[in-house]
Design a protein around this ligand. Structure first.
Ligand SMILES: NC(=O)c1ccc[n+]([C@@H]2O[C@H](COP(=O)([O-])OP(=O)(O)OC[C@H]3O[C@@H](n4cnc5c(N)ncnc54)[C@H](OP(=O)(O)O)[C@@H]3O)[C@@H](O)[C@H]2O)c1
Length: 304
């Protein structure tokens, strides 16, 4: 009950802002063509950051690149990867490692919500792959450049949706259970939180931090990949209650740039407010088992 009260209090409290500049900093944003990621890209460009956009859709990515260059005079580059294909995440990671000497901030905001059970070509449940496996893989792959930055920050855009639960280590691909979109979304976000704690522990002393953030309840394109009925429900009944995505962009800029957050790692933020996640997302026994499964499914080994 106290946790619920804290969550509601955080919801009502305006997000913290910072004026800390990002000039000279390289910020990689995945999911930068829409919603939260796009809003974050605009705030980061406003504060002088050099942007590296990762997008799946080249035309949309180029349009965002041009807009950021025009509006803020920002230095922006674009790299392509579909997060439903881990081989593409691997390939884009190599591109980024080759192209940039240091990465100061990585924001993983690519995300999906599906009302239908869909599987990727590799056999992963789509939501689990895009929301958890792909950002995990990108984060681990880019660590050498973030360590080099001596203070790199990884921000995993998570969600209060983790509270829906749904993670079952025996059925990560949702082949043996009745599929419910909210539970699959909850499973992907829970999995991400569990690996944030694990990775934060492993990164202690490296200078690299990793945190998870619920970006606020904001109007974006999430869910619009679903059928017409869902789209109608989203646009007519949900969107009017939501905030402008700029709230999320400003919160992410704060977490990326605020000097007082240097060294803070392994935490969950409701926008910029520290919050306690649901108990099932704090189960470190499940977290360790999930870490092993995630390493296995992403083809990572302890040596890289
Ligand atoms: N909106 C909210 O209120 C809210 C609340 C809590 C958490 N979140 C989280 O915020 C994150 C961003 O969502 P959003 O609300 O900003 O939704 P959005 O407007 O739909 O943006 C999602 C972004 O992810 C990209 N994406 C989707 N599937 C992808 C794939 N297979 N490969 C590469 N990129 C892909 C989209 O690219 P395209 O432009 O090509 O589609 C887009 O750039 C998600 O993780 C979501 O769970 C949002």
């Amino acid at each position: 009950m106290a946790d619920l009260r804290a969550m509601l209090r955080n919801q009502r409290t305006p997000h913290d802002r910072t004026t800390a500049p990002l000039a000279g900093k390289t910020v990689v944003i995945a999911g930068s063509t829409s919603g939260v990621g796009l809003a974050a890209a605009r705030e980061i460009a406003r504060f002088g950051g050099r942007l590296v956009l990762v997008a799946r859709n080249e035309a949309k990515g180029r349009a965002v690149q041009t807009q950021l260059e025009q509006d803020f005079g920002a230095e922006v580059s674009l790299h392509l990867a579909d997060f439903a294909r881990l081989a593409e995440v691997d390939r884009v990671s190599r591109e980024l490692l080759d192209a940039y000497e240091r990465i100061d901030v990585l924001i993983n905001s690519a995300g999906v919500y599906s009302t239908r059970r869909l599987h990727t070509d590799d056999g992963h449940e789509l939501t689990f792959c895009v929301n958890h496996l792909a950002p995990f893989l990108l984060s681990v792959r880019l660590l050498p450049r973030m360590r080099h930055a001596g203070g790199g920050r990884i921000l995993q855009v998570n969600s209060q949706g983790h509270r829906f639960g749904g993670l079952d280590l025996r059925d990560l691909a949702w082949r043996r259970r009745v599929y419910l979109g909210l539970r699959a979304y909850g499973a992907s976000k829970t999995a991400q939180l569990l690996t944030v704690w694990e990775l934060a522990d492993r990164l202690q002393g490296s200078g690299v931090t990793i945190n998870a953030v619920h970006p606020g309840e904001v109007r974006t394109g999430i869910g619009l990949n679903n059928g017409p009925l869902y789209r109608w429900y989203q646009r007519r009944l949900i969107d009017p209650w939501l905030a402008d995505a700029r709230v999320a962009g400003e919160s992410l800029h704060t977490l990326a740039a605020a000097p007082e957050l240097a060294g803070v790692s392994g935490r969950y933020f409701n926008r910029t407010h520290l919050e306690k996640p649901a108990p099932h997302a704090l189960d470190r026994v499940v977290g360790r088992a999930l870490w092993e499964r995630t390493m296995d499914l992403t083809g990572l080994t302890d040596d890289g």
